[in-house]
Design a protein around this ligand. Sequence first.
Ligand code: ZN
Length: 292
Amino acid sequence: MPRFWFGPAGKPITMKTSDILKAPAFLREIGLNAMEYEAVRGVNIKEDKARALGLEARANGVRLSLHAPYFINLAGRKDVVEASIERLKAAVEAAYWMGAYVVVFHPGYYKDAPSKREAVNRVVNALASVVEYRSQLNAKNVWLGPETTGKTSQVGDLNEVLEISSRVEGTRPVVDFAHLYARSGGKFIRSEKDVLKVIEEIEKNLGSWALKPLHIHFSKIEYGKSGEREHHRLDEEGYGPDFKHVCTALCETGVDAVVISESPILEQDALVMLKMCREICGENCIVEQTTE
Ligand SMILES: [Zn+2]
């Protein structure tokens, strides 16, 4: 039986206080067991607070991940790449303090590289120093997670994410199914078969370890000619993809998954997805909120 973790991308919106340290207990209370800490506008959390958040998360059986700053471009001009490496290092350090298992990041943009191929090579080369820093910190438990991106101008189609993950030690793929859908102009992730294809590609290129667990982002999404426009709630008609396809494929293949909701109603849609998977995969597929 697959095992699932569900939670919001960032501080729950229905939580009364703005204190992030209260988030794990809140999530536990409503029945969720994961949270992605959002450092998307910069890594500003101090060490003592990060450690306190980690303790709260473990005490409440909440699995943490961390989203690195959006302003990262490992395929850009030299100075931009250098600044991006520093941001990613800071994200790794914060993740280490809080015990987050993966640092999710968008690899970069094609525009300043001579070719798409070269853009991927630049990303791979830049990551080498982040991986080295991770070793210096002795933060081997923190994975780097290149994410499938939503815009056609961004490095990060499925193949590129798998290539980066296979070439760089310490990296594992993060699959945002809404982004794959938007990037393809709504042509991919239309069916359970498409999701099975993603799982198959990961297993073929990296091996089954990359599916234990698979880190997933999900919401419905609006797209235009160049891909991603806006994330939408799961109950909004007229947008895709359909989470049912994702859950069915995960259950069928026994893939473990940490599913982060990026819907505008974060934790509420995480609960919708949790219920859906529970109906499809059975009562016991949700990982118990065991405390340490
Ligand atoms: Zn992201």
